[in-house]
Design a protein around this ligand. Structure first.
Ligand code: B12
Ligand code: SF4
Length: 509
C-alpha cells in the first residue's frame, strides 16, 4: 500500500533558498521509486516563505501519513515548535538530517516518532513502512524510534551507501518553480552532488554526517545527470554541493574530459579544499567550464590553522587562490572569526592576509558561519562546552541568533551581518576589543564585495556605515534616532517606488 509523505525543510529567518534543498528531492526520488506519493515543502523558498503555522495548516488539509523533517542545528528550536503544531495533523513525524544524526534522541523528546541516522536514502522507505505499521519497527536498521511502550529503541547501525551511482536521480519534477520566483528558471535545477564525505577533521566542522571516507559517483554518472538536466530544463550552469569535490584527482580529470568532449559548453562551480587542487588541475578544470571555486581558508593566523587541524597552511592558501585567478576561475573564500583563543592580534593577522588575497578574490563570502558557531559533535564544542556553558545552546532562546533587525540592531549591523547576527549569541564571551575587530573584518569583506558598485553609491554607503558604527559606539539611542529616521524615509521611498511600478504595470496590461 502506498503512503502519502510530506517532506519539509523548516522555516529559517536568516536564509532564503534559491533552489530546493537536495535532501528533499533525493529522498523524494527514493520514496517515489517505492510507490509512495510525495509532496515537498521548502519553507525558505525565495518566492514563497512559509511559517510553521502555514505548514501545519497544509498538513491538516492534506492529511499525509508521514511527515519527514530535515533538522539543522540553528533551526531546531523552530522545527520543534513546528512539530508540536504538526501533531494535530494525525501524521507520524520522522526526523533526519545533520542535527538529527548528531543527537538522535533529542527530536524524540520534542514530538517526533522516529529519527533516521545518517544518510536517508537507504532507510527512509523502511522507516515509512514501519511508521505506517507494515513493517516491524525492530527490523529497521539506521534509526531511533519511540517503541510501543513509549520508550526509546535503536535499530542496528546502517553502513554508509557503498555505491552512490545506484541512487535514483533527484526528483526535480516535484519542485514547483513558481515557489522560487519563476516558472522557467533553468538555474533552479543547477545544484547537484557528485561525492560525499571529507577525509579532513577540522575542529569546527559539523559535516561528519557522511563520514570521513570520500565516496564518489563515477564520472559517467555525474555527466549523465548534467546532460539530462540540461536537456530537460535548459540548465547551462551547475553548482556542485560536495564538501570537497576534488579529493579524488583521477575522477575529477575524468569529469573534465567528459565535459570537454561533450561540447555542450556547460559551466560549473564547486567548493573544495586548497590542499586538493594544483595549478595543472585548475587549468584543466577551467578549460572544462569551471568558473568559480569556493575555498574555506578560515584563517590567516598560522597557529589557528594548526589548532583547527586545517589541512593547509597560509602559503598554500595564497598560492592556490592566486593560481585559481590566473587559470581564469573566480576564487571565492570563506573565513571564520572568533575562535575561543582569538585576540585582536590574531584577527589582525587574518585581516592582513585577507587584504593580501583581495586582488585575486572574486568575493569574500560573509557567510552566517563567518563568526564561529560551536556545532554539537565538533571538537570545538566538546572542548569548550563546560568553559563557555554551551550545553544545548540551540534550545536556549538567550543563546540563539537571528537575522539582524532594525528594532534591535544598528544600521551598520544590518548591513554587515545580513546572514545572521551570530555575535548576539556571544558563544565565547568575546572581549569588546575582539568584537570590534570582528566587525572591522566584516567591514573589509563588505567593502570588497561592494567594489564594483558605482562609486557614488559605494561612497554614500560607506559614509553611512561608518557614521552608524561611530554613533552606535558613543550612544546606541542616538544612532537609533538618526538612522531610524533615515530607515523610515528609505522604506517610504521603496513603498512609493513599488506602488508606482505596480501602477505602471497595471496600465500596461
Ligand atoms: C548547500 C548547503 C546550504 C545551502 C542550502 C541551499 C539549498 N537550497 O539547499 C545554504 C547556503 C542556504 C545553507 C545554509 C545553512 N546551512 Co548549510 N549546507 C549546505 C551543504 C553544503 C549541502 C547541503 C545538502 O544539500 N546536502 C546534500 C543532502 C543530500 O544531504 P543532507 O541535507 O544532509 O540530507 C541527507 C541526510 O541528512 C538525510 N536527511 C536530511 N533530511 C532528512 C529528512 C528526513 C525525514 C530523513 C529521513 C533524512 C533526512 O538524508 C539526506 C540524504 O542522504 C551542507 C554540507 C553537506 N555536505 O551536506 C551544509 C550544512 C548542511 N549546512 C549547515 C548549516 C549549519 C547551515 C546553516 C544553518 C548555517 C548557519 N551557520 O546558520 C544555514 C541555514 C540553513 C537554512 N535553510 O536556513 C551544516 C549543518 C550542521 C548542523 N549541525 O546542522 C552543514 C552540514 C555544513 C557543515 N559542514 O557545517 N546550507
Ligand atoms: S575540509 Fe571542509 S568539509 Fe572537510 S572537514 Fe574541513 S571543513 Fe569539513
Amino acid at each position: 500500500m502506498a503512503s502519502k509523505v510530506l517532506l519539509v525543510y523548516p522555516p529559517s529567518r536568516t536564509q532564503e533558498h534559491e533552489s530546493c534543498p537536495g535532501a528533499l528531492t533525493m529522498l523524494g526520488a527514493v520514496l517515489e521509486q517505492n510507490g509512495h506519493s510525495v509532496r515537498l515543502l521548502d519553507a525558505n523558498a525565495t518566492a514563497r516563505k512559509l511559517t510553521s503555522e502555514d505548514i501545519a495548516r497544509i498538513a491538516r488539509e492534506e492529511r499525509p501519513d508521514v511527515i519527514g523533517v530535515t533538522l539543522v542545528t540553528p533551526l531546531v528550536r523552530e522545527a520543534y515548535r513546528m512539530a508540536s503544531l504538526l501533531r494535530g495533523s494525525g501524521a507520524r513525524l520522522l526526523a533526519g538530517g545533520p542535527h538529527a544524526t548528531l543527537l538522535p534522541e533529542e527530536p524524540l523528546e520534542h514530538g517526533f516518532d522516529a529519527v533516521v541516522v545518517g544518510e536517508g536514502e537507504p532507510t527512509i522507505f523502511e522507516a515509512v513502512e514501519a511508521l505506517d505499521g507494515r513493517l516491524p519497527k525492530e527490523g529497521v536498521a539506521g534509526w531511533v524510534y519511540r517503541d510501543d511502550r513509549g520508550g526509546v529503541s535503536r535499530g542496528p547501525p546502517r553502513p554508509p551507501i557503498a555505491d552512490l551511482d545506484a541512487l535514483p536521480a533527484p526528483a526535480r519534477h516535484l519542485v514547483n518553480p513558481a515557489h522560487y520566483g519563476g516558472s522557467e528558471d533553468a538555474a533552479l535545477h543547477m545544484n547537484l552532488f557528485s561525492s560525499r564525505g571529507c577525509p579532513a577533521k577540522c575542529a569546527y566542522c559539523a559535516g561528519g554526517l557522511f563520514g570521513r571516507r570520500f565516496r564518489f559517483r563515477s564520472a559517467g554518472s555525474v555527466l549523465r545527470e548534467m546532460v539530462d538536466v540540461h536537456r530537460r530544463y535548459g540548465t547551462r550552469h551547475f553548482h556542485f554541493m560536495d564538501d570537497a569535490m576534488t579529493v579524488n584527482r583521477e575522477r575529477m580529470l575524468e569529469v573534465c574530459t567528459g565535459l570537454r568532449e561533450g561540447g555542450l559548453g556547460l559551466t560549473w562551480s564547486m567548493m573544495t579544499r586548497v590542499d586538493r587542487v594544483d595549478e595543472d588541475l585548475l587549468r584543466v578544470m577551467a578549460r572544462a567550464g569551471c568558473v568559480q571555486i569556493d575555498y574555506g581558508i578560515e584563517s590567516g593566523h598560522p597557529e589557528t590553522l594548526k589548532r583547527i587541524h586545517k589541512p593547509h597552511d597560509v602559503a598554500r592558501a595564497r598560492r592556490i587562490v592566486e593560481a585559481t585567478r590566473q587559470s581564469g576561475i573566480d576564487p571565492c573564500v570563506f573565513f571564520i572569526l572568533g575562535f575561543p583563543w582569538d585576540t585582536v592580534e590574531s584577527i589582525e593577522e587574518t585581516e592582513r592576509f585577507m587584504l593580501e588575497l583581495a586582488p585575486f578574490v572574486a568575493r569574500f563570502h560573509p557567510a552566517i558561519a563567518s563568526v564561529l558557531i560551536p556545532f554539537p559533535g565538533t571538537e570545538i564544542y566538546e572542548k569548550h562546552e563546560a568553559e563557555h556553558g554551551l550545553t544545548g545552546w540551540w534550545l536556549d532562546h538567550a543563546r540563539s541568533y537571528d537575522a539582524p533587525d532594525r528594532r534591535r540592531h544598528a544600521y551598520y549591523q544590518t548591513e554587515l551581518f545580513t546572514r545572521g547576527a551570530v555575535l548576539d549569541a556571544d558563544f565565547f564571551h568575546y572581549a569588546p576589543a575582539v568584537r570590534r575587530k570582528i566587525e572591522d573584518v566584516f567591514e573589509l569583506m563588505w567593502l570588497h564585495n561592494l567594489r564594483k558598485a558605482p562609486w557614488p553609491l559605494r561612497s554614500a554607503k560607506r559614509v553611512m556605515l561608518e557614521t552608524s558604527r561611530v554613533l552606535h559606539r558613543r550612544s546606541p539611542a542616538l544612532e537609533r534616532a538618526m538612522f531610524g529616521a533615515l530607515g523610515s524615509g528609505a522604506r517610504a521611498a521603496r513603498r512609493w517606488a513599488r506602488r508606482s511600478a505596480s501602477e505602471a504595470s497595471a496600465a500596461n496590461q
